[in-house]
Write a protein that binds this ligand. Structure first.
Ligand code: NAP
Ligand code: G4F
Length: 345
């Protein structure tokens, strides 16, 4: 039975990846930080067979301890401060976890394997945010990076450390340059979920408006369930490499609002959306759209979900959650609803 260790198992991607690996027959271990992490119950509910290990990407001994306990064949490093907006307020913490945390995990593998890094396959969760002020459209593995946020800078550091350990020590280390991916499990701080949750609550009379920043930014949005499959495929290849994972289609935040409001029968959404200058970013990434041709041809990967059905699924999920909230019903958590509504088709 293959064994995998996931950092960031409490997050959106960690949950989908744990489900995927369990379905493939893996024994899955998840790194959990903090003495009373509030997201642990959700992990236990969705993937009860995952074995949780204490550890933090800021603490090297805890990472070595987790590796020694899990004895993994594969490590998926998904843990990060992942909210770009917050990375300006907490640039040092972001660099420490999202950037140096990658180096720490690579070093922990080095120590755990007694310098035989090739024994453990490593996946690094890199990001299209690294492209930032994009040098070409669409972006590929060869597009130069120009990050626009402390988060993006930290991810560039993690990306090149991953490449460097591959080239220096023969690590089977892959960097997945993933474009934005969303789901009903997405955190409420990200724009898709903020919109779908807000639209659902507006439709049910629980709130009047959504306050947003830049509506013109464009992103290449896919479904998280499709993207974790690409992570796994990268680690199954004989040779480690870096891959762009994207849908190849870009939409603006305005398009997101159109689809989400249309789902609840609201055509003219202007009166429900306010803009607050404080939600604009000090430096914006205006346009992201990826070319995943390499992943298509070498991994046989392609996205199964498209933008409209993804957004509609998220709105439907949030309608179900908001209805329960309106009726004040307790007991079942929002993730029971996730199971019922599933992912986008
Ligand atoms: P997420 O939902 O925000 O999850 C982040 C995870 O990191 C959480 O489990 C969090 O644990 C963990 N974490 C934070 N600080 C940590 C620390 N000091 N030590 C160990 N774990 C820590 O993010 P996601 O959307 O699943 O993304 C997964 C990864 O992919 C991230 O690295 C993200 O930057 C990257 N990425 C995401 C996207 C996307 O569109 N989703 C695109 C490209 C790259 P707690 O529960 O303890 O906070
Ligand atoms: O949903 P977002 O916060 O995602 P962002 O910044 O693109 O980052 C996400 O994708 C990256 C991959 O490219 C990941 F690496 C990263 O971890 C994260 O998952 O914002 C998307 C766009 C931005 O242009 C932002 O300015 O939406 C715009 N936006 C407009 N109003 C807003 C808002 N974003 C947020 N979060 N909240 C708003 O009110």
């Amino acid at each position: 039975m293959p064994r995998a260790l996931i950092t960031g198992v409490t997050g959106q991607d960690g949950l989908y990846l744990a489900e995927l690996l369990i379905a493939k027959g893996y024994e899955v271990f998840g790194l959990v930080r903090g003495q009373n992490n509030p997201r642990v119950p959700r992990v236990k509910q969705i993937v009860p067979s995952v074995r949780l290990l204490d550890g933090d990407l800021r603490d090297l001994p805890s990472l070595i301890g987790a590796l020694d306990a899990a004895q993994p064949d594969e490590v998926y490093n998904l843990g990060a401060v992942s909210f770009v907006g917050m990375s300006w307020q907490q640039a040092e913490l972001t660099s420490e976890i999202t950037g140096i945390g990658v180096l720490r995990m690579l070093e922990a593998i080095q120590i755990h394997t007694h310098n035989e890094m090739g024994r453990v396959r490593f996946y690094q969760a890199s990001s299209s945010e690294m492209f930032g002020k994009v040098r070409e459209v669409p972006q590929t593995e060869a597009t130069p990076f120009h990050p626009r946020s402390p988060y993006g800078v930290a991810k560039v550091f993690g990306h090149f450390m991953t490449v460097n350990y591959r080239e220096s020590y023969g690590a089977h280390a892959c960097s997945g340059i993933l474009f934005n991916h969303e789901s009903p499990r997405r955190g409420h701080e990200f724009v898709t979920r903020k919109v779908t949750r807000g639209v659902a609550r507006i439709a049910l009379g629980l709130q009047d408006r959504i306050t947003l920043g830049n509506l013109e930014a464009r992103r290449d949005w896919g479904f998280a369930g499709d993207y974790v499959e690409a992570m796994w495929l990268m680690l199954q290849q004989a040779e480690p490499d870096d891959y762009v994972i994207a849908t190849g289609v870009t939409h603006s935040v305005r398009d997101l609002l159109d689809v989400a409001f249309h789902r609840v029968g609201i055509g003219d959404w202007d009166r429900h959306v306010a803009q607050d200058p404080r939600l604009f970013r000090p430096a914006e990434v205006d346009l992201l759209v990826g070319d995943a041709s390499k992943a298509r041809s070498l991994l046989g990967w392609k996205p199964r979900s498209e933008f409209r059905s993804l957004v509609e699924t998220m709105v439907d999920h949030d309608l179900a959650v908001a209805r329960r909230e309106r009726h004040g019903s307790a007991g079942r958590s929002p993730d029971d609803v996730v199971r019922q509504t599933g992912g986008p088709g």
